[in-house]
Design a protein around this ligand. Sequence first.
Ligand SMILES: Cc1cc2nc3c(=O)[nH]c(=O)nc-3n(C[C@H](O)[C@H](O)[C@H](O)COP(=O)(O)OP(=O)(O)OC[C@H]3O[C@@H](n4cnc5c(N)ncnc54)[C@H](O)[C@@H]3O)c2cc1C
Length: 438
Amino acid sequence: MRHFAIVGSGPAGFYTAEALAKDFGENARIDIIDRYAVPYGLIRFGVAPDHQSLKAVSKRYDKVAETETVRFVGNVTVGSDVTIDGLTALYDAVILATGAPHDRKLGIPGEDLPGVVGSGGFVGWYNGHPDFAGLDPPLDGTHAAVIGNGNVALDCARILAKTRAEFEGSDIVGHALDALERAGTRTITILGRRGPHQIAMTPKELGELGHLDQASPVVEAADFPPIEADDALEPGQRKSINILREFAATQPDPAKPKRMVFDFFAKPLRIEGDGRAERIIVERTRLDQEGRAVGTGETYVVPASLVISAIGYSTPPMPGVPYDDKHGHFLNDHGQISDQLYCVGWARRGPTGTIGTNRPDGYEVAEQVKTAMPPGSDGGKPGGEGLAALLAERGVEATSFDDWRSIEQAEEAQARPGSPREKFVNPSDWMKVLGRPG
Ligand SMILES: Cc1cc2nc3c(=O)[nH]c(=O)nc-3n(C[C@H](O)[C@H](O)[C@H](O)COP(=O)(O)OP(=O)(O)OC[C@H]3O[C@@H](n4cnc5c(N)ncnc54)[C@H](O)[C@@H]3O)c2cc1C
């Protein structure tokens, strides 16, 4: 018998469990450990609440969790409740699937002013992440800015632009829905250091901006290279650029009061304001021969009382685990960290790709584990039983997948009309549902 611990119950953790369960069958027991009693990582706390069809991928993960040989162990934080050394003593292999929850810093003056928030915080706020439920982003101003040119920046901008009615069918948390409805936001500027050809935005997400009830996209035709240059782009990117070109060719709808302004070739230099963010000082850029943004010396002001930075994430280091400071994830060779230690997903390769990109990660690491400790071999480790004893000794109240089902049912039962659920945002509320002190 082999015992495996996967730390993190997001997509990468679940795909790894799926692969190991298939490869090892009855020859292994797999524990998916998460710091929260609620599983699925960014499927719950990151993916936009108005993109419910994407969240349905969790149904596949449910099947994995319900496999006889797999257990979900919630409410256990690795690093504090149990250390990595503690886990490697109990399990044959430990696979870190802890994601990349820390916002990358802008590294410019003024980024610590009130009103400047990371996308991780903002997204966590509207998705009911316990760490950010109290974020209370300032929504009283007319101008907001999102720094970054990826899909997360688009998510943030779209959420700011939507009306209450447009959130019908979503699972945005009530506190965010109410605050967004009261918001005074009229202009949302999306700042990118480079041009339209360099965006990391996908056609579906961009296309949505053309169909919002109260907001129109605004794009400058002069920002595009000659149309022939689009031929060199890969098809998906060409589609995105076509959408942007359409936006540039269309007058904003005068009947819609909100504007989503794409400000390309724009490098934020500093954020200024009297005790809170009021404006971003931006330098106009151009692309050099290597396609890098270089400042032109020309500066201008973008008003913004809410500034959301969406420029990427990093994995927090963990004691005893080698770390790649430059790239902000665990140091690894194709997912292997050391003899017993592996990593997958964003903790392995940084915050890129889609949900599905984490699948080959999980399968590759499962293959390596299988080679190192073939099915049928025995490592003599205590596995889950050993973990249960250790947690009991430390007074840590672990939760199960059935517990999650109870929380899920309670969330569904208190949903507002048209919404699949109303999330409990505090871990103590999850424990209350379970009738435990927490
Ligand atoms: C705002 C946003 C929107 C996105 N939208 C889309 C989209 O529309 N479509 C798409 O395809 N992809 C989207 N993605 C990308 C997708 O969410 C990621 O590819 C995926 O979630 C990464 O999976 P992961 O398992 O590596 O990390 P995560 O999903 O972050 O999971 C990490 C898990 O580890 C747990 N954990 C962390 N530290 C510990 C610890 N010390 N102890 C125990 N548990 C721990 C966390 O609680 C979490 O459950 C989005 C990402 C973001 C940030």
